[in-house]
Design a protein around this ligand. Structure first.
Ligand SMILES: Cc1cc2nc3c(=O)[nH]c(=O)nc-3n(C[C@H](O)[C@H](O)[C@H](O)COP(=O)(O)OP(=O)(O)OC[C@H]3O[C@@H](n4cnc5c(N)ncnc54)[C@H](O)[C@@H]3O)c2cc1C
Length: 458
């Protein structure tokens, strides 16, 4: 089943926003834009299926996608009842305190007996995306332009190149051999890792944002399995963590819809997991604990092993340039993170709330010229934590390219956090504090609470 195609038409209306990319960041952006704009158009190069299928424009869609608690809560805020819809479609509800088993630093972290309050769902990425898309398609002022590629930005030529930073007034669209323009007051780039906005800005004679890349050389290999009927689960998600600098390998196993597992092996520093049956199993055997191997060795495979290696952390510093009016960027197009920490979709969700707040500020409401520079500054502040978490951990891997050198204060905090992590393997309270931080429910400063300081020291 596919969404009906909408014809691209240059709009004469005053209030039109265009979103480039109909994936997670684009859908969430469209949801909040629909509150302020008469019309929102989501453009995607793919045909967008209503059903849960992987698609070419999102090559990571066959890989596991953890929905962190913060991300899930924001989805519920934007789409009330989305959890029930996911559940009805087969997603598995989980409590991260009770249902998540994590092997790290030589031990299994404790789990809680009682509900931890940290809930979300585990399902495949296509199921999550298609459920969101169905909800967005019900918004009366949002339309989808499918199988159309954005190939450039339209500017106000007379103003560009002068002291004035100029403005973006729409996009250039390509469908087959046909090129056309589509105008809008605001263009939102949500085109993910393959964003071309930096190049398009250059093509217009404008400054493109500098990028920071920190590449841990991580490769994923993922396979789906049927959960054996006799399997007695004591968790819904299992993680055998890598342990830099000695152990570059990790395993992640999650229950998803249809009584299946999504099983992923990861190798840092280009220690890529093999894609053939035997090699895949052997790699699984080499993890720090046998639980992952023992589970999949008994199970019936339901798919090929599929690799994904485009995992570098990359941050475009839009906050540092004179961005033309009428343009903003969001999601992986700005801040693409190494996937191990499961933050990407949650970062997109947080960004959509920042967008909502920014759009409702008096200066945006009063004028039809959207000064995206102020949005990018707010977004940069919010992205700083997930970026430093992912790049900080990845920089502990000695082979990481562009690794960040720790300051003495950073080293001190890292040493403290390591002690606390050891403690978390035996102390459920400390473990929950770490989980809350990893789920972006609390800032890292939470770890400096005197109670935790005492626990780490003694
Ligand atoms: C291997 C891997 C595993 C991951 N695991 C997790 C996880 O566990 N948890 C998590 O939260 N996040 C995870 N992520 C990150 C997550 O996939 C993204 O953060 C999330 O999808 C938000 O991305 P996005 O919407 O910005 O871009 P994307 O999801 O990449 O989508 C970009 C969209 O733009 C469209 N597009 C691109 N260029 C154009 C163009 N020129 N014209 C028209 N359309 C265009 C594409 O077709 C696509 O639909 C993972 C990423 C990878 C690579």
């Amino acid at each position: 089943m596919l969404f009906p195609l909408v014809q691209a038409m240059p709009t004469q209306r005053n209030h039109h926003a265009i979103v480039i990319g109909g994936s997670i960041a684009g859908l969430l952006a469209a949801r909040v834009l629909s509150e302020q704009f008469d019309r929102v158009t989501i453009v995607d190069r793919d045909r967008l299926p209503l059903t849960a299928e992987p698609r070419r424009g999102v090559p990571q869609s066959v890989q596991p996608h953890v929905l962190l608690t913060r991300g899930y809560r924001i989805l519920e805020e934007l789409f009330p009842g989305i959890g029930e819809a996911l559940h009805a479609a087969g997603a598995v509800s989980l409590d991260w305190g009770k249902d998540f088993l994590c092997f790290q630093r030589g031990n299994w972290a404790p789990t809680t007996e009682a509900a931890s309050g940290m809930g979300s769902y585990t399902c495949t990425r296509p199921l999550l995306e298609s459920t969101l898309r169905q909800r967005v398609s019900q918004l009366r002022n949002v339309e989808f332009l499918q199988e159309q590629r954005v190939v450039g930005l339209c500017s106000a030529p007379s103003e560009l190149g002068k002291a004035n930073r100029g403005s973006i007034q729409g996009i250039k669209l390509q469908q087959g051999d046909t090129l056309q323009e589509c105008s809008a007051q605001l263009v939102v780039d949500a085109s993910g890792r393959s964003t071309q906005t930096p190049q398009w800005l250059q093509d217009l004679g404008l400054i493109s944002p500098p990028a920071t890349v920190i590449d841990p050389g991580l490769g994923y290999a993922t396979r789906r399995y049927r959960i054996p009927p006799q399997f007695q689960p004591d968790c819904k998600i299992l993680l055998i963590s890598h342990e830099p600098p000695h152990q570059p390998r990790l395993g992640y196993l999650a229950e998803v819809e249809n009584q299946e597992w999504i099983a992923t092996l990861g190798g840092y520093g280009r220690d890529y997991p093999p894609l053939q049956e035997q090699g895949f199993l052997q790699f699984a055997r080499s993890l720090s604990d046998p639980a992952f191997y023992q589970a999949i060795a008994q199970a019936e495979p339901l798919s090929e092993v599929r690799a994904h290696r485009a995992t570098a952390n990359r941050l475009y510093h839009y906050e540092d340039i004179e961005l033309p009016d009428g343009l903003i960027a969001i999601g992986d197009a700005v801040c693409a993170l190494c996937p191990v920490y499961g933050q990407g979709m949650t970062v997109s969700a947080i960004s959509s709330l920042i967008l909502r707040r920014w759009l409702s500020q008096p200066q945006q409401r009063r004028s039809l010229t959207f000064n995206g520079a102020s949005f990018q500054k707010q977004l940069a502040r919010s992205n700083a934590f997930p970026w430093s978490l992912a790049t900080g951990f990845d920089s502990k891997v000695p082979t990481t390219k562009g690794a960040v050198a720790q300051s003495w204060a950073g080293n001190l905090f890292q040493g403290y956090a390591d002690r606390l992590t050891d403690r978390a393997q035996k102390d459920v309270e400390v473990h929950l504090q770490f989980l809350e931080m990893a789920h972006m429910l609390k800032p890292p400063s939470t770890l400096l609470h005197p109670r935790l300081l005492l626990k780490a020291l003694f």
